[in-house]
Design a protein around this ligand. Structure first.
Ligand code: UD1
Length: 356
């Protein structure tokens, strides 16, 4: 059985690792890892392969950055001959990035079976590029692996037959469970001086938050306010760094650093007083870790992190951010529980469904 995995962006690497590792134990399965090259900086890509224990990709399509149409089209054009030559029995795609939808489209046109890992999530906000990617990928996929019950419900409402839907749990949490001990042992050397006590860990990269100068300025102002109460450590995505520079914004009191490796970031997350983010995956990781998370978005495609976990949506409302932060600093942070099947075994469940 030939299984191809398609990855392109940072969160994909964290999700593919447990599935590949689980499939490795099936002797009749031959795996090929294809990197589209959507993320290409060493600290956005290579370091993840090393730390997650996955071999370097067998194929790199090296598409790089571009507009959405261009990036998606380049991935499609470069992937098609690879699939025609390799003739996989199934292609697995991960998450909601441009690489995910591009690969699903190529497979569907070639009649190659597609499995979507992390299917069914919906923010119901079509201004998010990821929402378009999720909806299209799920319509095209033959096997849909969901992380939580809301995913199954969303898919059924969109007319996906129940027999294609498999609730397996959260593969991103598999990587966390496996590597948390190593992350907590990580030497913090090279990271900003961690204050003896409390710090806020910040990430920000959504186009809706960083591509508009006024909005980004207001968010940075809110973060500067936060920095009056506790240190703010902000590993900045290259896109965000670039925007801060392009708009001529300043935030000297924030400790803006380059993107961290998986282990460094996980270690920092596990010890943070609060995480402030617009990422999807980080909402999940903080819920697992029981660390308070304030999400700078109006909606989330991961509602269990709010209903069961530690996540609170503060949107772009500085008053809400302020009041939620005060609650956390006063020791009254929202308590959460870990959602069902977020147990470190989702990759194994996927492998069992695919290869017995
Ligand atoms: C992508 C995903 C997003 C995911 C995020 C994780 C889409 C539509 N978006 O967003 O869902 O949460 O990855 O990080 O697929 N850049 C570099 N070096 C890199 C990669 C990017 O400098 O290695 C810069 C480039 O200027 C590029 C910009 O970042 O134009 C944006 O990269 P892109 O891959 O288009 O989207 P992300 O914002 O990373």
């Amino acid at each position: 059985m030939k299984v191809f995995h398609i990855v392109g962006a940072r969160p994909n690497f964290i999700k593919v690792a447990p599935v590949m590792n689980a499939l490795k134990t099936r002797k009749h399965v031959v795996q090929t890892l294809i990197h589209t090259g959507q993320h290409y900086d060493a600290n956005m890509s290579d370091v993840f392969f090393e730390q997650l224990g996955i071999a370097a990709p067998d194929v790199n399509l090296a598409v790089g950055s571009g507009t959405h149409a261009r990036q998606t089209a380049d991935i499609m054009t470069r992937l098609e001959p690879v699939l025609l030559e390799g003739r996989p029995d199934i292609v697995l795609v991960y998450g909601d990035v441009n690489s995910t939808v591009a690969a699903a489209l190529v497979c569907a046109k070639l009649g190659v079976r597609v499995g979507h890992v992390e299917a069914g999530l919906r923010s119901f906000d079509r201004t998010m590029p990821e929402e378009i990617n999720r909806m299209v990928t799920d319509q095209l996929a033959d096997m849909l692996f969901t992380p939580s019950e809301d995913g199954d419900v969303n898919l059924q409402k969109e007319g996906i037959p129940a027999e294609r839907i498999f609730r397996v749990g959260n593969v991103m949490i598999d990587s966390l469970v496996k590597l948390l001990p190593a992350a907590q042992r990580q030497n913090q050397h090279g990271l900003p001086e961690r204050p003896a006590g409390r710090y806020a860990l910040v990430t920000l990269h959504r186009p809706a938050n960083v591509d508009d100068g006024e909005i980004l300025k207001r968010i940075l102002q809110s973060l500067l306010e936060v920095s009056q109460d506790l240190a703010v450590i902000f590993p900045a995505h290259p896109r965000t760094r670039k925007r801060i520079a392009d708009f001529g914004l300043h935030a000297d009191r924030l400790q803006i650093v380059d993107p961290l490796s998986y282990l460094e970031f996980l270690g920092m997350q596990s010890r943070a007083t609060v995480v402030i983010t617009d990422s999807g995956g980080i909402q999940e990781e903080t819920t697992y870790l029981g660390v308070p998370c304030l999400t700078l978005r109006e909606n989330t495609e991961r509602p269990v992190t709010v209903s069961l976990g530690t996540n609170v949506l503060v949107g772009r409302d500085p008053d809400k951010l302020r009041s939620e932060l005060s609650r956390i600093l006063a020791g009254h942070a929202k308590k959460g529980t870990i959602p069902p099947l977020w147990d470190g075994r989702a990759g194994e469940r996927i492998a069992a469904l695919l290869a017995g």
